[in-house]
Every structure is written in structure tokens, then in C-alpha cells.
Design a protein around this ligand. Structure first.
Ligand SMILES: Cc1ncc(COP(=O)(O)O)c(C=O)c1O
Length: 382
């Protein structure tokens, strides 16, 4: 079912229809935006089509079943028991994230991000007039770990938030419980709130621990952001949720969500999130098997035929390719990828300064379409 090549052009989709705008070339093969070239599961197609055929699209209602679906998903997938009163719905993880920055800090306060990281996570620190502090991840042969000594050294009394990307986009780490505990203990000691973006939590190839599930003290400083968007390829339906057991944090966050009017999810988003979480377990297992076989295949080819350094991700369908062994300028690598390889990858620099010489490759496509991109890379980076 994942092997089919589906033409996505002219469907108002950013990955295919924004190529001209972002890369100056409409005919590139796209392996950039983090969505998948796969159809949503059949049960979800049916639910959405059934609702669409009703032909009346008035305002949506947030049924209590949505909350039950989120709670069951967290319990069954991640062994995390949460309460309805901990959940706030929102129309996207990034809108929720931006609201969190406003809710848990004041103008001029400092917010820490661990780079390289999904770029909106630092963009919205600046747009909310907060000061960005970076705590670069440590890299060893393509494997990334946290630099907690550096983290401790940059914290000041004005540091109010630490942003965790867990699992991490783009480096593909599933943080271990020990790593998370050590990070959280520093934040507890320094009175720092953690915003934990866990949108990739279901696309994992080893045990994932939700940060707030570790213990009550950690939960007390954590707001978790998540959605079914990545897991079921419904990111365009703009449905997400925030979880925190700390009612003080929740009240502050809800106030900002309301002020920004980002709490009303469209009818398709509501139906899709509930239906996906109620029925999606088996489909997700099949998806993860396909993703890991694509990842293994891509890494094997790149290791065999190129000097690109790439480490097997523990989560996500994203490969973080390091071209530094070619001794080429970053802009030159970018030019070869676009003009000679004819492919669109995400530019590593947008993920932070330590993303230089890196490009992000999305493998969530049919194996045959993935091979087109891989062969073009291999032919141009010997
Ligand atoms: C870490 C991370 N957070 C958030 C998002 C986007 O979330 P949303 O589409 O719900 O705003 C992405 C999408 O790539 C992501 O990788």
C-alpha cells in the first residue's frame, strides 16, 4: 500500500506546489517538507469522505470522545495515563508552541533551543520578542547528544523556557529516559518550564518516553505538544493538542490560546484526529515497518556509494545528511542538489548554524520514488 506513486502536483500541497517559490524550479523531485507521499489509512478516508458527503460545513463541536481518543492513544502507545483536564485543543503544534512562549515568559526573557532543530521553534521565540539562547547538540559521527554542561553555563535568571524536540527533528534521536531526567532536573532546579514538542513520538524505532510521564516533578514543569498530523499524514487538517498536569501552566496557556483564537479546529481536523487515534494502531505498525525499510535502504546506498555521513535515525522518516567530507562550500552543495541532482531537500542552515554542510532528506515516499532521489545524489556525489 505504501509502494504506490501518487501524483500530488496541483493539489494545493506545499511539498510539490511550492517548489518554484522556494527553489526557483517547479520540476524538482521533492524530499523536503515533513509530510508523507502516502494515502491516509482506508478507515480514515471513509470517515472524512462520509463527513464531506454531508455537504454542510458549519462550525465544529469538540466532542468529549476526542479527549477519550487522545487519552487512550497516550496510554496504549506510550504507557502514559493522562486526564481530560490536562488537555487543551489547538489548531496546530506550531500555533500552540508560539502561544506557550507568550504564556510562560515575558518580553525580553530568554528561551533555550537545542540546535540543529526544526526552524519554527526558534523563529517564534524572536517573533514573540523573547531572547533566543542556543544550546547546540554535541555530534559524534552523526550521532547527537545533549550538552548539559553547556546548558548549565548559559542559564541566567532571565531564562524561563527550554524547548525540547522529542523525538528530535532533524537529528532523529529518541532521547533516553536518563537523558530526559538529567535535562529536567536542571530545569526543575532553575525554575524553567519545558515545552516538549512530541509530534514525532509515534514514528519511532525504539522505546519513546514522554517527558512528562517520568515523574510528578518533571510533569509539573512540562507542557507537551502533540498531534496526529505527522503520524497519519493529516498535518494539513490543522488539529493538535497540549497536555499539562500543572493547572497553573494550563490556565496561563488557555488564556493565550483564547486570546489568539487558535482553539477552534475545523470539522475535518476534529473527525480525523479522533478516528485516527481510535483505529490507527495496526496501520501505524505497518507504516513504521515501511519507513524503517526505506531508511535502511537509503543509508545502505549512501554509505556504499558516497562520502555523505548519515546516522540511522531512532525516530522520524528524516535523514540528516552531512556533506562536509566533500570540502565544498555550503552554497555549492545546495546548487548541485538543485541543479544537478534535481531534488529539493531542506537546507541544514535553516535548522541553526551547526546545520552547515547538512541537508535533510525525507524518505516517506514509495521506495521507487525514493530511489530516483538517491540515484541522483549518488551520481553527483561520488
Ligand atoms: C518538531 C515539529 N513540530 C511541529 C511541526 C509542525 O506542527 P503543526 O503542523 O501541527 O503546526 C513539525 C513539522 O514538521 C515538526 O517537525
Amino acid at each position: 500500500m505504501f509502494d504506490e506513486i501518487i501524483d500530488r502536483k496541483n493539489t494545493s500541497c506545499s511539498k510539490y506546489d511550492d517548489l518554484e517559490h522556494y527553489f526557483g524550479k517547479a520540476e524538482l523531485n521533492p524530499y523536503w517538507v515533513a509530510d508523507m507521499d502516502f494515502e491516509i489509512p482506508p478507515f480514515l478516508q471513509e470517515a472524512i469522505q462520509k463527513r464531506a458527503s454531508h455537504n454542510i460545513f458549519g462550525y465544529g463541536k469538540q466532542n468529549k470522545e476526542i479527549y477519550s481518543a487522545i487519552k487512550s492513544w497516550m496510554k496504549n502507545q506510550h504507557s502514559w495515563e493522562i486526564e481530560t483536564s490536562w488537555i487543551s485543543l489547538c489548531n496546530g503544534v506550531v500555533p500552540a508552541y508560539s502561544a506557550c512562549i507568550e504564556a510562560f515568559s515575558n518580553r525580553g526573557d530568554e528561551v533555550i533551543v537545542q540546535t540543529p532543530v526544526y526552524f519554527p521553534l526558534f523563529q517564534y521565540i524572536k517573533s514573540n520578542n523573547r531572547k533566543l539562547l542556543t544550546n547546540p547538540l554535541k555530534e559524534n559521527n552523526g550521532y547527537y547528544t545533549m550538552d548539559l554542561e553547556h546548558l548549565k553555563s548559559i542559564i541566567t535568571p532571565k531564562t524561563k523556557i527550554l524547548v525540547l524536540c522529542s523525538p528530535h527533528n532533524p537529528v532523529g534521536r529518541v532521547w533516553s529516559k536518563k537523558e530526559l531526567e538529567e535535562l529536567a532536573n536542571i530545569c526543575i532546579e532553575k525554575n524553567i518550564t519545558i515545552i516538549s514538542d512530541e509530534i514525532h513520538a509515534d514514528l519511532v524505532f525504539k522505546k519513546f518516553t514522554p517527558l512528562a510521564s517520568i515523574n510528578e516533578n518533571v510533569a509539573n514543569i512540562t507542557v507537551t505538544l502533540n498531534s496526529a498530523g505527522k503520524t497519519f499524514n493529516i498535518a494539513g487538517l490543522n488539529a493538535s493538542y497540549c497536555i499539562t498536569s500543572n493547572q497553573k501552566l494550563k490556565v496561563n496557556l488557555d488564556k493565550i490560546i483564547k486570546k489568539r483564537v487558535i482553539n477552534s479546529i475545523n470539522v475535518f481536523g476534529l473527525i480525523a484526529m479522533q478516528c485516527a487515534y481510535e483505529n490507527g494502531n495496526e496501520w501505524l505498525n505497518n507504516l513504521n515497518n515501511y519507513l524503517i525499510s526505506n531508511i535502511n535502504h537509503a543509508i545502505e546506498l549512501l554509505h556504499k556509494h558516497t562520502k555523505i555521513k548519515v546516522c540511522k535515525p531512532e525516530a522520524t522518516y528524516l535523514l540528516w545528511l552531512d556533506f562536509s567530507l566533500y570540502n565544498l562550500e555550503h552554497e555549492k552543495i545546495k546548487k548541485i542538489l538543485i541543479e544537478d541532482c534535481n531534488i529539493a531537500l531542506n537546507d541544514g542552515i535553516t535548522f541553526g548554524e551547526n546545520g552547515k554542510y547538512h541537508f535533510r532528506l525525507n524518505t516517506a515516499t514509495s521506495k521507487s520514488y525514493l530511489n530516483i532521489g538517491l540515484n541522483n545524489i549518488i551520481n553527483n556525489f561520488k
